[in-house]
Design a protein around this ligand. Structure first.
Ligand code: G6P
Length: 579
């Protein structure tokens, strides 16, 4: 969703901001804008792709701010794009988050003579600052912050000054500290090109940055925040010769899987709490929820610990069981629903953990204990390697709790992941690419994999795809089956195999073409399938993870065949920072 950058130093600020916005593109946006001081404030705003407008930006100055907007209040348009200025054009603001009481503030400001140009909530901020500004920008910003209800990370600049004032409440904001230069950003990626030293602002912090240095204030007092080191490399956020980030990230999965397993194995102490848990609740959204369902299945079947997954956006409507362990799972660590769910759980006395891929992300501040996946930066909106990393962490957690029961499966996945990435899905792509509806089915551990396969497909190919527990087909979805409704099935050996085979026959009897992922040399399954996608013969637990990679490849190649915007699908955002 919205991303912000700011630069102050000795380079052209607009250029740095444009590069930074390109790094934040993956979060999802529909318009963008930049403001720079030299000494007046000049603006550039545009809708559509940043790369298309790169050469059109010609703003002077070494102090500037930028923003990618994902429309919430008001349509995507140049007028609604940030930065916003006050009536005089002397103050410019970019904002990530939502000002919930903006309508009331706007009415009051209009009554006091302010005129507004946009439909956004953000525009009230520069007008409020204008009323307080008498030469000291930090003072003016600190006076208006108590008036804002909701969530924000803001950057503010003013005509004739060389400073950026920043404030954070509920939306992420990091400050990169370089040599005589500073870079603000919603996450570490735009900062990596300039420095690895970073300060993560906390809620309630206000920062004042000039070319000479930075100061952070909290409750009016100057404070010192820890300087962390960004672990990722600038090279990690480039495509490295792949056609899309998604493909590059899929090919990183063997390494990501091993790195994550090893890092959990090396630091098993936080897991002791799970061993004694009476029950475990996981809160997550999207792909993270699907990975969590794999965990729930393994916790129940291998460790015999009752474990449920509640979609983070629904969690607030459920009672939190007393003494429960609640684990929030989020690649970005910035998903608003997940953060909110964990906050509620903690308030209600649950023991809280989180599993995230981003060091210092907002979720880690809410959680008592944090575990990290080691996926490295994931740029493609469709999550692939972060899913595999979450599964890796979960498998190793279950392995430790169960005294080594998943050891074999972990080794099998490590051994066969590279081979599975070479799978040939072309015939399956031909079979599914012109369909308007696809059903994905599995049972037991393959069920969450079917859900994830369907999610990948709909996200990037725009084909309607739904995941079902195969046994549920006859309770409704059968009505959809015809020769025009392909079914993608995961059918691996294990307790679900015989009944899955019956399901495949039932589907066939209703004329639906079938793409079946099964084990190599399973002649029976191969005979039923219209297209058979074989994976190596391994344990069921390893098999479903290998199958999930085949489903990623099927979604990817289908999207490429349909010529969609694979890495940045329409209407989606990588990091969903509103509830
Ligand atoms: C967005 C992304 C999905 C992701 C979900 C949860 O919808 O587009 O790919 O699975 O958010 O994100 P999280 O960062 O919390 O795992």
């Amino acid at each position: 969703m919205c991303g912000i950058v700011g630069y102050i130093g000795y380079r052209n600020a607009a250029n740095v901001c444009m590069e930074g916005l390109l790094r934040l593109e993956y979060r999802g946006y529909d318009s963008f804008g930049i403001a720079a001081v030299s000494p007046e404030i000049t603006l550039f705003k545009e809708t559509g792709k940043i790369s298309a407008a790169k050469d059109a930006v010609n703003l002077k100055g070494t102090c500037g701010i930028g923003h990618t907007r994902w429309a919430t209040h008001g349509v995507p348009s140049k007028t609604n794009a940030h930065p916003f200025t006050d009536c005089t054009g002397k103050i410019a603001v970019v904002h990530n988050g939502i000002i919930e009481n903006y309508a009331e503030l706007k009415r009051e400001l209009q009554n006091r003579g302010h005129t507004f140009v946009s439909e956004t909530d953000t525009e009230v901020i520069p007008h409020l600052i204008e009323e307080q500004y008498a030469g000291n920008l930090r003072e003016a910003v600190s006076k208006i912050l108590p008036l804002l209800e909701g969530a924000y990370a803001i950057l503010v600049i003013a005509e004739g000054t060389q400073e950026i004032v920043a404030a954070r409440m509920g939306s992420p904001l990091a400050l990169g500290i370089g040599d005589n230069e500073y870079v603000f950003a919603s996450d570490g990626l735009p900062i990596l090109d300039y420095t690895r030293s970073v300060v993560y602002l906390e809620d309630g912090d206000l920062a004042e940055v000039t070319p000479a240095g930075y100061r952070i204030y909290h409750d009016g007092e100057e404070i010192v925040r820890k300087v962390s080191t960004l672990e990722w490399d600038a090279a990690d956020v480039r495509k490295g010769g792949f056609a899309h980030y998604m493909l590059k990230e899929m090919f990183e999965q063997p390494e990501v899987f091993s790195n994550t397993v090893n890092s959990i194995a090396e630091n098993p102490s936080p897991l002791c709490r799970l061993r004694d848990a009476r029950s475990v609740t996981i809160v997550a959204c999207g792909t993270s929820a699907n990975a969590s369902n794999v965990f729930a299945y393994l916790m129940e079947t291998v460790c015999e610990i009752p474990t449920r997954v509640v979609l983070a956006s629904e969690f607030k409507y459920y009672p939190t069981p007393k003494n429960d362990v609640v684990i929030a799972v989020s690649q970005s660590g910035e998903t608003a629903d997940t953060i909110y769910a964990l906050k509620i759980a903690r308030e209600k006395g649950a023991k809280t953990f989180c599993l995230t891929n981003v060091l210092g992300s907002s979720l880690t501040r809410v959680s008592e204990t944090t575990l990290y996946t080691r996926a490295g930066p994931e740029v493609s909106v469709a999550a692939t390697k972060s899913f595999t990393a979450q599964v890796a962490a979960f498998m190793e957690i279950v392995n430790i709790i169960s005294g080594g029961k998943l050891e074999g499966a972990v080794v099998e996945i490590q051994r066969y992941l590279p081979e599975v990435l070479d799978c040939d899905v072309d015939k399956a792509v031909e079979l599914v690419k012109d369909a308007s509806t696809l059903l994905y089915v599995g049972r037991g551990l393959s069920y969450p994999i079917a859900l994830e396969g369907a999610l990948k497909m709909k996200e990037i190919s725009y084909i309607h795809a739904e995941g079902y527990a195969a046994g549920e087909l006859k309770h409704g979805p059968f009505a959809l089956l015809s020769e025009k409704t392909p079914v993608v099935a995961v059918c691996l050996s294990g307790i679900t195999y015989p009944v899955m085979m019956s399901n495949l026959k039932e589907i066939k009897a209703r004329s639906a073409p079938e793409v079946v992922i099964g084990e190599i040399r399973d002649i029976d399954a191969e005979e039923i399938a219209d297209v058979y996608l074989p994976i190596p013969k391994v344990s069921e637990t390893a098999g479903v993870i290998l199958a999930s990679v085949v489903l990623q490849m099927l979604a990817y190649k289908t999207a490429v065949a349909l010529d969609t915007d694979v890495d940045m699908p329409r209407n989606l955002a990588k990091s969903v920072t509103v509830e």
